[in-house]
Design a protein around this ligand. Structure first.
Ligand code: ATR
Length: 286
């Protein structure tokens, strides 16, 4: 692919620690090349203790902004000058924009990334009595819970090992829905009547223990999604498919969260296409 860079090139990137496994440079690089934009998107390995210095350097270096990934999304909220309502609600920013006056604005596009991915995957949120079950209660779960609230979930069930953390998540969340908290031993109770089951834990990720959950209690019409995308077909999604349930993999969330950030920095609304997916996967699969 051609790299078109002039002295006026628009600059953006992703800060994380570690950063070497990030797929974001490949993803934004595809769009930059596809749309022939004079710009670049670089991986930035920033240690947690250097986050503030690195963020404050962005306007000095002429960057349009950056994405933030593990472990910076929450810490950045204490540093940046402006926060959008979703970033406030989640308590995390994944997208930073440098404003004209050099101040830093934090947005959360993980919320819309999650919803757009499952809607694109065919999930239709029920208008009445929408029950959503979330596995996990960490930072990723908070973004998913806000997305579910925005989609009209009436009941959100959290299954987590640490019950206190799950209760704190429910207490901190706004919205008019009902919440309930379950242990893994009680997960079968949570699955009954569930329309959408989402894994937000690291279980099932390459190198992590598999997520072993009996899905028999899920209704036949239920959708199952996983925010883990390496591997693309997690043991949870494989088990759901085996039961004939609809599934949506987690890669789309990465692609959809990236689109509004790209538009803000580079001035072009990019499309999420099968060709992009194949490029990000790097194995020719769409
Ligand atoms: P993230 O910000 O990516 O969500 P996190 O805040 O560390 O990461 O949250 C990880 C989630 O995965 C938590 O819900 C965690 O459960 P606990 O809150 O009980 O720690 C869950 N998780 C990670 N490893 C797990 C394991 N081996 N068994 C069960 N849950 C696990």
């Amino acid at each position: 692919m051609d790299v078109i860079l002039s002295g006026k090139a628009k600059l953006a990137g992703v800060m994380g620690w570690p950063i070497d496994h990030s797929k974001s440079p490949r993803l934004h690089g595809y769009w930059l090349s596809h749309y022939g934009i004079d710009g670049t998107y670089v991986p930035l390995a920033v240690r947690p203790e250097n986050l503030e210095v690195a963020l404050r350097a962005l306007p000095v270096l002429g960057f349009r902004g950056v994405n933030l990934t593990i472990p910076h999304k929450e810490q950045a909220m204490k540093i940046i000058d402006h926060k959008d309502p979703l970033a406030r609600r989640v308590g995390a920013a994944n997208t930073i924009l440098v404003r004209e006056d050099g101040s830093l604005e934090g947005r959360n596009t993980d919320v819309s990334g999650f919803s757009q991915n499952i809607l694109a995957g065919g999930f239709i949120p029920p208008k009445e009595g929408f029950v959503a079950t979330v596995l996990g209660a960490g930072g990723a779960a908070r973004a998913v819970v806000v997305a579910l609230q925005e989609m009209g979930a009436q009941e959100i069930r959290i299954v987590n090992r640490n019950q206190e953390k799950a209760r704190a998540l429910c207490e901190g969340a706004m919205g008019t829905n009902r919440f309930s908290v379950f242990s893994w031993e009680e997960a079968q109770k949570a699955l009954a009547e569930t329309h959408l089951l989402t894994n937000t834990t690291s279980l099932g990720m390459s190198g992590q223990p598999a997520l072993v959950l009996d899905l028999r209690a899920l209704p036949k019409q239920a959708f199952v999604t996983d925010i883990v995308y390496a591997p693309l077909e997690t043991p949870l999604l494989a088990a759901a498919k085996q039961r004939g349930l609809s599934t949506v993999d987690g890669l789309g969330m990465l692609l959809y969260q990236a689109a509004p950030a790209f538009a803000a920095w580079f001035g072009k609304e990019p499309a999420v296409t099968p060709a992009l997916r194949a490029h990000v996967l790097g194995d020719g699969r769409a």
